[in-house]
Design a protein around this ligand. Structure first.
Ligand code: AMP
Length: 116
């Protein structure tokens, strides 16, 4: 498992930084966003340091990819009684602020489309 000691989410995965954790296994950790934009706002991150979704292009570990998506689905099902949204941001245009891949699982309110 690769880890970047300077990465915020690697520190959360390692337990060095606290988080409000809702799920953990060998492949993923999920915790509540510090600045939620919906009543349920959970981040699902791979336990291995992957900075961007693009790193999965062509060379992804299929088990790790599948587990990341399945964990988001499990959490959406658990917390989104009326539906949920799964989002990932990559690069400056999308507003990515933490460079460790994460899926946002948003639920608990109606959401508009297209996103801003
Ligand atoms: P993004 O802008 O897509 O990179 O999302 C990064 C998310 O990480 C933002 O929604 C932040 O609120 C969230 N965040 C930053 N620091 C923490 C932290 N220590 N614990 C939980 N969430 C965090």
């Amino acid at each position: 498992m690769t880890s970047d000691p300077s990465c915020l989410f690697c520190k959360i995965v390692a337990g060095v930084l606290p988080s409000d954790e809702v799920l953990r296994d060998d492949h993923v950790v999920a915790f509540r966003d510090l600045h939620p934009v919906a009543p349920t706002h959970i981040l699902v991150v791979p336990t291995t340091h992957v900075a961007h979704l693009s790193e999965f292009a062509g060379s992804a570990d299929p088990e790790a990819c599948a587990r990341l998506l399945a964990a988001a689905a499990e959490l959406g099902t658990r917390f989104g009684a009326h539906g949920y949204r799964v989002v990932t941001n990559e690069g400056p245009d999308a507003g990515q602020s933490v460079h460790h891949l994460h899926l946002h699982v948003l639920a608990g309110r109606p959401m508009s489309w297209p996103p801003g």
